[in-house]
Ligand binder design. Structure first.
Ligand code: NCD
Ligand code: ZN
Ligand code: ZN
Length: 388
């Protein structure tokens, strides 16, 4: 008898798509079979697609020891928003009012995140803390470096970047760059170090071309956001005040190139860059879009736009798990964690949101599919739009 049994079309990033029954025991996938199996059956729509739980390598959940930005989002509300969108693991950025640049600040965030419904991992920031980077390495999933101005003002220069790389290359953690205008300079420095480099929110043809070239000579991955895949400059008027984001929305030809690069492989993964700011803060110029509630519906849009289901499993979980070195996850395989996200290609309008900031750039948009349920370590944390 399994604790939970799911049946449907399984989508694995390596094995591809096939029909089977999954048996879950103690939060772990313990059986995958075409034969009928005994246990508590989860009733799903007939055409359900069962994916490894989505993993989001780039979110800003805002909560820290200062509490100053808790009104925008906190670990509980952010994790509900994630569960709503089908996300079971998220990696949180360090640009807090108390920047996550010391072991103490990161431990505080780890403690504050204990009530989250999903796994939250933490990046360590780099800002005047070269002497602390090494000590942070066991607490973080990676390091984040800002080479351009954005929320939190953590920009550092190329000299400090190079000094940080020397230290980070002695750890096994990747370094994620908000590259701004400095992508070429950053890649030129990084190629001299034995370090895994990841470029956040790729949004332009220039970036794609550079990354394609440098991927041949170094360990390099990158991500794209739902907003840069969906919106372009011409949507700015429609979205109005709310459209401010870093990097900005780009011309249509860049948007189309980002779509193509994510579909064919130069861009490795989807990342929400969930940046919850209240409407009040947006009116004052805050940059970023809340994106977690709508992650799964957005994925259904990618499916409609011709992404293969197997590619979807790679860009929504497998490649991020490799970046963050999370084991026994992101595949539908025996002995892997039972984190599963079930999609149904039934159109649904964006309506209820769990993010504390209370708005979405997709409000009232009808996506071609919806998340039926999110399973985290064998527990159903969201079903039919209701998080529990
Ligand atoms: C992000 C934020 O608000 O923290 N904003 C954004 O426009 N993307 C920061 C960032 O990722 O650059
Ligand atoms: Zn950024
Ligand atoms: Zn970000």
């Amino acid at each position: 008898m399994y604790d939970l049994v799911l049946s449907g079309k399984l989508v694995d990033p390596i094995d591809g798509v096939y029909e089977a029954n999954i048996g879950i025991t103690k939060g772990v996938i313990s059986q995958i079979t075409q034969d009928p199996i005994e246990g508590k059956k989860l009733k799903l729509p007939d055409a359900s697609l069962i994916f490894p739980g989505f993993i989001d390598p780039h979110v800003h959940l805002r909560q820290d020891i200062s509490g100053k930005w808790n009104y925008k989002e906190d670990f509980l509300s952010g994790s509900k928003s994630a569960a709503h969108g089908g996300v079971t693991v998220a990696a949180d950025m360090p640009n807090n009012p108390t920047p996550a640049t010391t072991p103490e600040a990161i431990v505080e965030k780890i403690n504050l995140s204990k009530d989250a419904l999903i796994d939250i991992l933490f990046y360590g920031g780099v800002l005047g803390n070269l002497d602390k980077l090494k000590a942070m390495s066991t607490l973080v999933c990676g390091y984040k470096i800002y080479a351009g101005e954005t929320t939190g003002s953590m920009t550092i220069g190329l000299d400090e970047i190079e000094k940080a790389l020397r230290i980070i290359s002695d750890t096994d953690k990747p370094v994620v760059f908000h590259a701004g205008e400095k992508l070429k300079e950053i890649l030129d420095i990084c190629e001299n170090y034995d370090v895994r480099v990841h470029i956040a929110h790729v949004s332009s043809i220039i970036e794609i071309n550079l990354i394609e070239k440098y991927k041949k000579k170094m360990q390099l991955t990158c991500e794209a956001t739902p907003h840069h895949l969906f919106f372009s400059e011409k949507d700015k008027e429609k979205i109005g005040d709310l459209s401010t984001v870093n990097p900005p929305l780009m011309p249509e030809k860049d948007r189309a190139a980002v779509m193509d690069a994510l579909k064919t492989g130069t861009i490795d993964m989807l990342a929400t860059d969930h940046a919850p700011h209240t409407l009040e803060d947006k009116a004052k110029g805050a940059s970023g879009f809340p994106q977690l509630d709508t992650y799964g519906p957005f994925v259904s849009w990618l499916i409609e736009k011709g992404f293969s289901l197997q590619r979807i499993a790679q860009i929504t979980s497998f490649n991020a798990a490799n970046l963050l070195k999370i084991n026994n996850i992101a595949r539908i395989c025996n002995n892997h964690l039972a984190n599963l996200t079930v999609l149904d290609m039934q159109a649904e309008k964006v309506d209820k949101l769990y993010t504390k900031c209370g708005w979405s750039p997709f409000s009232d948009y009808e996506f071609p599919g919806r998340v039926v349920c999110t399973i985290y370590r064998g527990n159903i944390i969201m079903r039919n739009g209701v998080v529990s």
